[in-house]
Structure formats: structure tokens, C-alpha cells
Design a protein. Structure first.
Length: 285
């Protein structure tokens, strides 16, 4: 599914003393199967933008198009398109409520009108996709799972509805290092096996650098940058000026370069940074 945002504006409390412009003329596209990172400071408008793409908020002006159709139209086609856009909120495990994991993951497909058999098949497929064995975890209470497992089960509930666009809002927030690694591996697995568009919002530059092909930088409700991941993170000075940073691998290479070592500052991945550091130090006597 192709998502196109055109001149999107959103004003909270219009005409009142606390009127706030959250989005101010946002325009960009997400092509089918593309993985886009969305970064920006707290209050920059990221969450408001996500809710527009999912159809939870209506624009003050501008449009959000899914495959060329305005998702805010009052038509069956627009409603069907909105159902194909999955949004995983921050801390989605807080929304787990059923007595078993499999029933929780079945909730979305059930509301789509699928049969019990089809719901179960979709739920089992989604659980395997996020790295949870339905035979082992399916009948367990969601509240007996670890933090990372709860997060994956909640994401499985969205994947079971087979969205064509998956929006992830801070998917690793609050997790320990193991849980964070598990979620990142799960997202990478979804990326490789499912032909869907993914929009990832994160404060972790490492997560964005590891997964996204392209990055949007939002500042004060506007698109400040829209380029490949490498191009965006090469603009370290501009990012620092708005309170953002480069990935940790890039910052380490910057420190080495500042101390006189000849290293490639354009590297953003930890694996490539490790190889670069090994290359440089092997030259030392």
C-alpha cells in the first residue's frame, strides 16, 4: 500500500487560548514495502502524525491518501483501507486483556468477521512471526509472559489482522537489553518475510539506523529532513541543533576521528563500525 500525506495540518483547541499547531503542512510518501524511520524531539508532532495515518484523527486541513484514496472519506472503500493500516501504540502490552494469549491475538481478526477457525490460523501465524510458539504460549495468560514477550504478543495481535501498513510507535521503549534485541529481531523478521510498508517511530537512533531505509525528521510540526538513512545521519550538526543525535556507532567514530584517527565518519551501523575500528587498529605498530 502506498501512503501519501499532502499538506497535512492539525490544530488542537482551535480558537481557544491554548490553541496549538501540531502539524504544519506535512507532505511525504511511503512506497509499498518501504521501511521508513520517523524521528523528532518530544512534542515535535510525531504521535499526532501517526494517528492521522491510521485515521484516528481528522486533519484540520490537508489529506492522507492510501493507494490514492482519502482515508477520511465517508465511504466503504476508505473504511476498508483504514482497516489495512495497523498501529502499534507505545507500551501495547497495556492493552492485553484476554484470558489467554491466543484469544487476545484472535481479537482483531474476530472483529473483522472471520470464522473461529480462520481467526485461530491467523493468530498462530502471527505468533510464530513474532517469535512466540503458539503451542507453548498460546494457552498461557498474557500476564505470565515476560515484558518482551508481552510486547511481541501485543504486536502479534496487530499482525493477525494482516495489515499492509504497520506503524510502530517506540516498539522497544521500556524493555531490558534482551527484550529490546528480541523486538528488533522480530521487526527485522517481519520486514524480510512480509511485503508490507513499515513506519517506525523511535527515540533510539541505533534502532532507526539498523532498520530504516529512509528517515523523516520532524521538527515543530514540519518535515525538516526526508532522505536516506545514511544521508540524514551524516547531517550530525543539524541534528544536534534540534536536540537529536547520531547513532552510537557514528558518535564513537566521531570521537576517534577527533583524536586524530582516520576513520569513516559516514558509518552508522555497529557491525560496520566494528570492522572499521579493527581495520584502523590493525595498522598500528
Amino acid at each position: 500500500m502506498r501512503i501519501e500525506v499532502k499538506d497535512l495540518c492539525h490544530v488542537y483547541s482551535p480558537g481557544l487560548p491554548y490553541e496549538t499547531v501540531a502539524l504544519d503542512g506535512i507532505s511525504f510518501c511511503c512506497e509499498p514495502g518501504e521501511f521508513v524511520g520517523l524521528i523528532g524531539r518530544t512534542g515535535s508532532g510525531k504521535s499526532t502524525l501517526l494517528q492521522h495515518i491510521n485515521g484516528l484523527l481528522k486533519p484540520s486541513s490537508g489529506t492522507v491518501l492510501a493507494d490514492g484514496v482519502d482515508i477520511n472519506e465517508k465511504s466503504e472503500e476508505a473504511r476498508a483501507l483504514r482497516r489495512r493500516i495497523g498501529l502499534v501504540f507505545q507500551y501495547p502490552e497495556y492493552q492485553l486483556f484476554e484470558e489467554s494469549v491466543i484469544k487476545d491475538v484472535c481479537f482483531g481478526p474476530k472483529n473483522q468477521g472471520l470464522s473461529e477457525e480462520d481467526c485461530k490460523a491467523r493468530a498462530e501465524k502471527a505468533l510464530r512471526l513474532v517469535g512466540l510458539d503458539p503451542d507453548e504460549k498460546g494457552q498461557a495468560s498474557p500476564f505470565t509472559l515476560s515484558g518482551g514477550e508481552k510486547r511481541r504478543a501485543a504486536i502479534a495481535g496487530v499482525l493477525a489482522m494482516e495489515p499492509e501498513v504497520l506503524i510502530l510507535d517506540e516498539p522497544t521503549a521500556g524493555l531490558d537489553p534482551k527484550g529490546r534485541r528480541d523486538i528488533l529481531m522480530m521487526i527485522e523478521n517481519v520486514r524480510k518475510t512480509q511485503n508490507i510498508t513499515i513506519l517506525l517511530v523511535s527515540h533510539s537512533m541505533d534502532d532507526v539506523a539498523a532498520l530504516a531505509e529512509r528517515v523523516l525528521v520532524i521538527e515543530k510540526g514540519r518535515v525538516l529532513m526526508n532522505a536516506s538513512t545514511e544521508e540524514v545521519f551524516a547531517r550530525g550538526g543539524e541534528l544536534r541543533a534540534i536536540g537529536l543525535s547520531r547513532p552510537s556507532a557514528s558518535r564513537l567514530l566521531d570521537m576517534l576521528a577527533d583524536r586524530g584517527l582516520t576513520v569513516d565518519r559516514s558509518i552508522i551501523s555497529k557491525e560496520e563500525a566494528e570492522e572499521e575500528i579493527m581495520r584502523v587498529f590493525k595498522k598500528w605498530p
